[in-house]
Ligand binder design. Structure first.
Ligand code: SF4
Length: 245
């Protein structure tokens, strides 16, 4: 077993001893997941979920969403924030999906390898690495690691990646060290840890189950303030592969 794999397994075992092991549950059809995810960008669940519900109630089929005036669509999804831009992106996505596949559906991605499907999704307006990974992970059961602010922050503090690579490149960096069969658990476990314990401004290091293996806490449980990781695992690999951090 490699050092990185052993470390990832230890992190997940400890986090799951606190929060329990996450189980996959089918959330949405891929099209619903995509639109819901666009609405959630730079927003919260409390603001974006009601907007998605209103959109589905007002426009039962995707043709309705495409044909409605963009300003009217923006009014319906207003609570999600950035409504004008999101309405524009949603309509542009739907039009491109229809143009490419002949239907308002992402089912054609089911037969594609994961990275090919991810590249396809990334061509859609307003779809970045996180949105593409969420669609693949949650609505298709694929092995990807959606990197949100919690996954990114906790991964950096644990020294798995360095913050300089940014959230966009963190997906590929983490996929290098997290085995496919652990990717979903890794994503959910780190989000829970980031929300409850390894919080952005006030991490609870003193009660953290990872304090003895976290390079961001110089003095173990006595130090409540994380410092920048000095030895990220992935740094060497990224340099060897010609990727500059
Ligand atoms: S020890 Fe502190 S910085 Fe490290 S993972 Fe735990 S809460 Fe986060």
């Amino acid at each position: 077993m490699s050092h990185e794999l052993g470390r990832v397994q230890t992190i997940l075992q400890r986090l799951e001893s606190v929060h329990g092991r996450p189980r996959r549950i089918a959330r949405f059809d891929p099209m619903d997941e995509l639109v819901s995810c666009i609405l959630s960008q730079h927003s919260s669940d409390a603001r974006s979920f009601p907007a998605f519900t209103r959109l589905k109630e007002r426009f039962p089929v995707w043709t309705d969403v495409v044909e409605v005036d963009c300003a009217e669509l923006a009014d319906v999804i207003r609570t999600a924030g950035l409504a004008n831009q999101k309405a524009k992106n949603i309509q542009a996505c739907l039009r491109l999906i229809y143009k490419e596949t002949g239907v308002y559906s992402l089912d054609s991605l089911r037969s594609m390898p994961t990275m090919e499907a991810r590249a396809w999704l990334l061509k859609l307006p307003g779809v970045g690495p996180k949105t593409a990974s969420i669609v693949l992970c949650f609505s298709m059961g694929r092995e990807t690691i959606p990197v949100d602010t919690h996954v990114f922050r906790v991964s950096c503090r644990l020294g798995l990646i360095e913050s300089a690579i940014g959230e966009v490149r963190a997906h590929d960096a983490l996929m290098e060290i997290v085995p496919n069969d652990l990717s979903f658990r890794f994503h959910v476990d780190l989000i829970q840890h980031g929300r409850v314990t390894c919080r952005a401004s006030s991490p609870r290091c003193v009660s953290c189950c990872l304090v003895d293996i976290c390079p961001s806490c110089k003095e173990g449980a006595e130090n409540r303030t994380p410092v920048r990781s000095e030895t990220p695992i992935v740094r060497t690999r990224m340099r060897l592969s010609g990727v500059t951090a």
